[in-house]
Design a protein around this ligand. Sequence first.
Ligand SMILES: C[S@@+](CC[C@H](N)C(=O)[O-])C[C@H]1O[C@@H](n2cnc3c(N)ncnc32)[C@H](O)[C@@H]1O
Ligand code: SF4
Length: 472
Amino acid sequence: MSYTTSKEGSILKNALLLKKYHTNLIYDYTEYPTKGNWSEKFGSEDYKSAITDWYGKEKNKQKPVLFYVHTPFCEQLCYFCLCSKTITQNYENVKDYLYNYLSKEFDMLQNFLNQNKVSFNFKEIYLGGGSPTYYKEEEFKYLIKKMRSLIDFSKIGDFTIEVDPRRVDEERLMFYHEQGVTRLSFGIQDFDRDVQEEINRVQPPELVDKLLTPRVRKLFPVINFDFLIGLPRQNVKKIEETMKTVAQLKPSQLQTMYVHYKPNTRKYMTKMVRNEPMLDFFDRKAVFEAANKVLMSNNYTRAGFESYALPSDPLAKSINEKKAVYNSLGTQKGEATNFIAVGSSAHGVLNDEYYFQNFYELNLYRGAIDEGKFPIYRGLKMNSDDVIRREVIRHIRTFFNVEFDFFNKKYKMDFKDYFKKELINLLPLQDDQLLKINNSNIILSELGEHLSPQVANVFDAYNDQKFYEKSA
Ligand SMILES: C[S@@+](CC[C@H](N)C(=O)[O-])C[C@H]1O[C@@H](n2cnc3c(N)ncnc32)[C@H](O)[C@@H]1O
Ligand code: SF4
């Protein structure tokens, strides 16, 4: 599929190019246009009109929708964490959020949908955080009850929960299954003890092994592990060991994300570098490549930029069928690409038309709900150009390949003419062997795959492309 830039197939042969393109200004492109371009003028009323406008179109009525619930609490701080969460040991805070706010947001949504005869075709559920595993059984059951009043569970395929392995046991996982959960996503990050100590998240592999009993594996055929690449004290040898442990534990999917370091907005992140610095541009790639090697030799296939799957996992199939999508939940099968989301910071998308997001700050989130408003902080109505670019970026990030004809047919366009400027802007990247522009497609090289956010950035009409100037 892709061609390789170096004879040995190692991106590390390209140290100068890695340095040239390395930048902290990397957009993940889990959304396009990126969140910084959504308007803060978009509020509760705009959200309501977005729903009725979108659902009012016949073609959208049956489109699958994912329901996302955010729980912004954790017991202990992981120093790397960029997720939206508050650290608390006081369970009353969690209960207050659920019973007095989240449940009211549910009611508001349900009333609004009923009044406007909107009946979304909910197909998937995702409980994210923070730590949704913080809920004790009584509260979890209440949350499920609330969801059941809005969602027909008999139609739900994937129902995922993000699991903090330190806070659950086998019984709890069985309980999740009884409540309808079908898919587990574990936050692992690294199995190495030194790295775990640096990031304030000690969880030995034995703990995870103990959870993945035959019973659990049978009930949850899809199990995902999240890993971070670039953490202090990671190195090639350690990551090889970590990935060998993965190969023994055999999750069916992995997301291996490059860690973002943002000490300006999250001061506590500096605690992570108290002994050793973050990995530099070269070591990150070396660690990634080492992880990649072990995974590939243990039967995992690469599934998008940072994801891996066993061949039997549905994600591997959806990658082959070009259905997979890359979004804020990682690389997903691509069945439900519309999201309706509740909870602080949660964001939703109604494809080809709208993005919207709730307040991050709990006081603002609560304030809006107390006023009887949807707690919407920002949003965007996409135009037709946004939609096309978003799809081009998805193909770059997920398949490392843009077939012009796909776009010509789907959007009734002439790709080469429409993206004349971008094709010229890609030429320096082609000279650097990140990609090859052919008559009918753009194919990323192995090096280009590693720098796919930078390639995608050429198609971003909103964010400037400073790093090319910087690196010239
Ligand atoms: C939103 S967290 C919630 C998961 C759950 N609380 C847990 O830790 O088990 C989901 C994932 O986001 C990723 N993440 C958190 N901070 C990150 C960062 N600084 N850079 C990249 N990914 C990050 C981690 O891989 C984490 O597993
Ligand atoms: S990684 Fe998970 S458990 Fe750790 S602070 Fe972030 S959300 Fe909480």
